[in-house]
Design a protein around this ligand. Structure first.
Ligand code: CA
Length: 232
């Protein structure tokens, strides 16, 4: 059971989801617009927020940024269309995961459980990792490259930390989906590719000219120490 906050303007959808999520043993508060939702996020301190991206008063990305300004609460966004740009923007603005409408309460619940497991395991303290010019401090959730602090989203940090902890090892994308995102589904999910692309950009490299993060075609990715000469 989790304390959830559902921010959804469509009353019919909101009422149906409220009932279904309560039937799944969650405690659910709800809000019909972004401003009420922001206040509720501060007042109720939910374990997780389900946020409809199509709200009447604020654009979804704006809402996410404002929410991130007041809380680290995990967020699952609900989008009306399977629109890659919109999903990418939402993940970039700090969403932890997404569902595409129409979705069932059970699908949403599976995502909720996965996101909550992730944020719980992410809270565990771990040891610092160093790979060549890269330094990662899981306790402070900070990463430095060539002595310069990297500005990473929580998920980019988790991904980098995961790969750096397995430096030199080829990691399959499906394995990333399972271990970093806790999602047992393969294939169609673009989440891993999108986050790898962002991470590359923040590391100042490209897939064509990698330094640390190497694609192993058809297999996965690996992070290597550029000083070790194994840049194949
Ligand atoms: Ca809506």
């Amino acid at each position: 059971m989790a304390q959830l906050l559902l921010i959804e303007d469509d009353e019919r959808v909101r009422t149906a989801l409220l009932r279904a999520l309560r039937d799944l043993d969650h405690q659910v508060a709800s809000a019909p617009d972004a401003m009420t939702g922001l206040r509720a996020a501060v007042d109720h301190r939910p374990d997780l927020v389900v946020l409809d991206l199509g709200l009447p008063d604020l654009d979804g990305g704006e809402m996410l940024r404002m929410l991130r300004g007041v809380s680290d609460v995990p967020v699952i966004v609900a989008t009306a269309r399977d629109d890659e740009d919109e999903i990418v923007r939402a993940l970039g603005a700090g969403a932890d995961d997404y569902v595409v409408k129409p979705f069932t309460a059970r699908q949403l619940d599976a995502r909720i459980q996965a996101v909550l497991r992730r944020s719980a395991s992410g809270a565990q303290a771990e040891q610092a990792v160093a790979v060549g010019p890269l330094r990662i401090d899981p306790r402070g959730r900070s990463a430095h490259l060539d002595g310069r602090a990297l500005e990473l989203s929580p998920k980019e940090f988790d991904l980098l930390h995961y790969l750096a902890s397995r430096a030199g090892e080829v990691v399959a994308k499906r394995q990333l989906l399972t271990d970093v995102w806790n999602l047992p589904f393969g294939g169609a999910d673009k989440t891993v590719d999108v986050h790898l692309a962002w991470l590359r950009r923040k590391l100042g490299e490209t897939a064509q000219r990698p330094r640390l993060l190497h694609t192993v075609r058809g297999v996965g990715v690996k992070l290597v120490d550029p000083g070790e000469g194994d840049a194949s």
